[in-house]
Design a protein. Structure first.
Length: 627
């Protein structure tokens, strides 16, 4: 959630996310540091402490980031994957850097943070000015005040001062870039045929097979987890209906926004340029004698589209000489030769659209809605405070919504895909974001509201309905179909593997295809990282796994057949070190090298600082044993 404050800016938060995504989710050894901790702290790094509250916030943030990338995990599932340990590891690395900044006596002044905050587009209004109200709303949504924000940003910059120096500019060698380039752009041709497998070739599943398959694949035959939640929504559109505006307010608003309802004069002109003033003068004479402007332009090899500038304001013309003439001439007239800053030209005005200031009556309906939205945005701050006060007083969402006259919705039962228990899609505001948040939370958790444009959505999980296995008799047909599909895939792989072995022993691809009753086909210009309608990712991977003239096979997508292939004509394209692709590869290698160096540096600092983790607290939080 604090990521929104940074507006995707480069920061230690971004670097921590890189570690989260790049590192394995396996368990990292920390048993040797479960000693020497200070009472009350989850962990200590030198003089720095990591509190339980900091860990919980970071863990919830990690789940949100993963859900935003399409990986919705419950807290328990995340712990099974080791994400809890990775979060603690990241917090320790962050504390290592803070500890080092103190050792180096680095500081950042508040003036710099304030200046950069005011220049951050995330905190600016439509006119580009700093919006204190928007700033406060984001702080409130993240449970922060200004002092906490300054401290947070100061630590970001201090960490960045060290991290950005370590993972600096390390150019990749030409040899390495060329190797990546050739690997990525290698092309191959293929000769292939597809052999099919019929259901008659596999035995029907026995009762024992059906029961065993059902028992070892419980997730495939279970109703999904459902959740019931309640939400309160407060967006400007939810508040406008209660706002009434008097005529005086509307007229004052009209004067304030009058310029937005003004359309300047626009003109459409034809402009024909000449290499010299003499040629322009001669053309002007021919036009004055009755010849058509466009005919002369066509004679000079110009198309009408090339010389037409449609519906332009005076400010749209870069050359002031042309602009002045275009907005001085009457419609239908041709200028004298114009010696502009860019070229000598003749222009003809073919259309004049006068300026227009919309009247109060013309814009009254639109203006009313606009002013209501503006007033609603101002009221959102007070609404936010009122809802938070109600939550703090342990009032029910239903009562808070009724008191504040806000939309209330009982959601669910709903699954993680947004469907109800009857399989129908359910409507939710900000559905994707809200649905992930609901499944990241749990019953009894006091969730921060989700920012929703200029408003907020509050949500609370009321009930979790666990996934339940369906009775075997209810899914018998599905189980049988799955077993048959699995047998077909196995049989198809066996047939294809046998054909590949025969091809390797010298039997021609044509002979093998003839036995199967099919013909050999060809595909050209296949690339390692690209699929085609005829070659999916599995087929491409198999083709590139063998040397030139080698044989391979890959199962078809439906599992009812397999493709037997021969790799041919390996093409290595010439390396162009100045190409955009080569530059991208160089940048990727450089970034990876920088991250590796930063990781090594952090490891060294970690050893110097000394780390201790409170084993008792960690077991309470994670529910796991130390390794």
């Amino acid at each position: 959630m604090l990521d929104s404050l940074r507006n995707a800016a480069k920061s230690w938060v971004a670097k921590a996310l890189i570690f989260m995504l790049a590192a394995s989710f396996g368990v990292w050894g920390i048993a040797d540091v479960f000693r020497g901790y200070r009472a009350g702290a989850l962990a200590t790094v030198g003089d720095e402490e990591i509190t339980v509250e900091q860990y919980n916030q970071a863990f919830n943030n990690a789940l949100q980031r993963l859900s935003q990338s399409g990986q919705t995990l419950s807290p328990e599932d995340a712990r099974k994957l080791g994400i809890d340990r990775q979060v603690l590891h990241n917090l320790i690395q962050s504390a290592v850097l803070i500890n080092q900044t103190k050792t180096l006596q680095l500081t950042v002044g508040n003036d710099l943070i304030v200046k950069e905050t005011q220049e951050n587009p995330a905190f600016q209004d439509a006119s580009g000015k700093f919006d204190p109200a928007a700033f406060r709303r984001l702080l409130q949504a993240n449970g922060m005040n200004e002092a906490m924000y300054l401290a947070y940003e100061r630590e970001n910059r201090l960490r960045g001062a060290i991290a950005d120096t370590v993972d600096g500019n390390f150019p990749a060698s030409k040899t390495l870039i060329e190797a990546f380039y050739r690997h990525r752009n290698e092309q191959r041709d293929a000769r292939y045929f597809t052999v099919k497998t019929a259901e008659s070739e596999v035995t029907p599943p026995t009762e024992a097979e059906i029961k065993a398959h059902y028992e070892v694949n419980p997730a495939a035959y279970s109703a999904p987890e459902y959740r019931v939640a309640v939400i309160i929504k407060a967006e400007p559109e939810d508040v406008t209906a209660r706002i009434t505006l008097g005529d005086d307010e509307l007229r004052a608003g009209y004067e304030k926004h009058k310029g937005d309802y003004f359309t300047p004069e626009k003109r459409t002109i034809l402009q024909m340029t000449f290499p010299s003033l003499d040629e322009a003068t001669k053309a002007k004479g021919r036009i004055a004698a009755g010849e058509d402007f466009l005919a002369i332009a066509t004679e000079r090899g110009l198309k009408e589209a090339d010389i037409t500038f449609a519906d332009k304001t005076k400010a749209d013309f870069f050359d002031p000489v042309v602009a002045e003439s275009a907005f001085t001439l009457a419609e239908g007239t041709v200028s004298e030769p114009l010696k502009g800053s860019l070229a000598t030209s003749l222009i003809k005005v073919v259309k004049v659209s006068p300026e227009h200031q919309k009247s109060f009556d013309e814009v009254k309906e639109e203006l009313t809605q606009r002013l209501r939205i503006e007033r609603a945005r101002e009221e959102i701050d007070s609404i936010y405070g009122a809802v938070e006060d109600g939550r703090g007083a342990q009032n029910k969402f239903e009562d808070i919504a009724a008191k504040e006259n806000l939309p209330f919705q009982l959601v669910g039962p709903i699954d993680a895909a947004g469907r109800g228990n009857e399989g129908k899609d359910l409507e939710l505001p900000r559905k994707a974001e809200l649905l992930k948040a609901i499944f990241d939370s749990d019953v009894g958790v006091d969730n921060n509201p989700l920012p929703a444009g200029d408003g907020y959505i509050w949500y609370e999980v009321r009930e979790v309905i666990p996934a339940t296995a369906k009775p075997l008799e209810a899914v018998r047909e599905q189980v049988i179909a799955d077993i048959v599909a699995e047998k077909l895939r196995t049989r198809a792989a066996e047939k294809a593997k046998a054909l590949v072995e025969r091809a390797k022993s010298g039997v021609t691809l044509e002979s093998l295809a003839q036995e199967a009753g099919v013909t050999v086909q060809t595909a050209q210009g296949l690339k390692r990282n690209e699929t085609t309608p005829d070659f999916d990712a599995e087929a491409i991977a198999a083709l590139f796994s063998v040397p030139e003239n080698g044989f391979a096979f890959a199962l078809e997508g439906d599992g009812k057949g397999a493709r037997v292939m021969q790799s041919q004509a390996v093409l290595l394209p010439p390396f162009d070190g100045s190409s955009e692709e080569a530059k991208t590869i160089a940048s990727t290698i450089q970034e990876g090298s920088g991250n590796d160096l930063l990781s090594s540096y952090l490891g060294a600092l970690q050893g110097q600082a000394g780390i201790a983790i409170n084993e008792t607290l960690w077991r309470q939080i994670s529910g796991t044993q130390t390794q």
